[in-house]
Design a protein around this ligand. Structure first.
Ligand SMILES: NC(=O)c1ccc[n+]([C@@H]2O[C@H](COP(=O)([O-])OP(=O)(O)OC[C@H]3O[C@@H](n4cnc5c(N)ncnc54)[C@H](OP(=O)(O)O)[C@@H]3O)[C@@H](O)[C@H]2O)c1
Length: 260
């Protein structure tokens, strides 16, 4: 896909991977629609996008966990662009701790943001994608969407659900011209961890994940694991089981892009 002039919409673009992805698409000359709940932060990201060449950046304050917000975001993008070439479902939050200590409202918000938000946005975007018989949907899962991590039960479950959503949708959309790609980043240095800045050889930058997302918009793959290149020699002993599982999964899905 040519990205110059493409209509790209990104959820959760006010920081981290979403913001870095917006800037990467802006550099390619794409037209952008971005949403998140913090509008001031979205405006800062829009400035960065314009500084690297974006011609059109449409912003919408939205909580994607609310179906009406997700629909309104997609509709605003359509009013401007009349099509959607790339939808990046990136909005998400985490929570760490024993399951029995996770507050009920946190469970609801996490599942709403990470899973339901993705579903609402896809439902809103599919009619125009069917009409144009084109478009790429990229859902941002996580490596814990392959192998669940203890003390991240609900987060892991939400990301497993995204993996399942991607696999099911691919079947449903086969022949429609619409592609679905699920990306599984490893630990990425963003605001996701709050005050606990992640470090170590397995930590990657938001920009490296963004670069891979843009590459997959151009040439969509199916399941894409994203780990830092420099961690290649550590990945096997540290993540052995996870990687075996991931590689098997990707072999079954035919178009592997495995990057360590
Ligand atoms: N960092 C990692 O190690 C890592 C690894 C694997 C996968 N991921 C995934 O990558 C995605 C981006 O996370 P990040 O690391 O870039 O963290 P981040 O910097 O905290 O960014 C999260 C983004 O999602 C937005 N968001 C959260 N809930 C939302 C909602 N209900 N409606 C709209 N926007 C919402 C936030 O914006 P507002 O707060 O302004 O709404 C923010 O823009 C998430 O799906 C996360 O699960 C992260």
């Amino acid at each position: 896909m040519k990205l110059r002039g493409a209509a790209v919409i990104i959820t959760g673009a006010s920081s981290g991977i979403g913001a870095a992805t917006a800037v990467r698409f802006a550099r390619e000359g794409a037209r952008l629609a971005l949403c998140a709940r913090r509008f001031d932060r979205l405006q800062q990201v829009a400035e960065r996008c314009r500084a690297v060449g974006a011609t059109e950046v449409v912003l919408r304050k939205a909580d994607v966990g609310r179906p009406s917000d997700a629909r309104a975001f997609v509709n605003v993008a359509l009013q401007h662009f009349e099509r959607i070439d790339v939808l990046v479902n990136n909005a998400g939050r985490g929570w760490r701790g024993p399951l029995q200590q996770m507050p009920q409202e946190e469970v609801t918000e996490l599942v709403s943001s990470n899973l339901l938000g993705c579903i609402w946005t896809i439902q809103a975007a599919l009619p125009i994608m069917f009409e144009t018989r084109s478009g790429v949907i990229i859902n941002v899962a996580s490596v814990v969407g392959f192998r669940a991590a203890p003390y991240s039960a609900v987060y892991s479950a939400s990301k497993h659900a995204l993996a399942g959503l991607g696999h099911a949708l691919r079947g449903e959309l086969s022949g429609s011209g619409v592609k679905v790609c699920t990306v599984y980043p490893g630990t990425t240095d963003t605001e996701f961890f709050g005050d606990h800045k992640p470090d170590g050889p397995l930590v990657q930058s938001a920009d490296s994940v963004a670069k891979s997302i843009v590459r997959n918009a151009r040439r969509p793959r199916r399941d894409v694991i994203m780990l830092p290149y420099r961690a290649g020699h550590l990945a096997e002993p540290l993540l052995g089981g996870l990687l075996d599982h991931a590689l098997g999964e990707m072999r079954r899905n035919h178009h592997p892009e495995y990057r360590v």
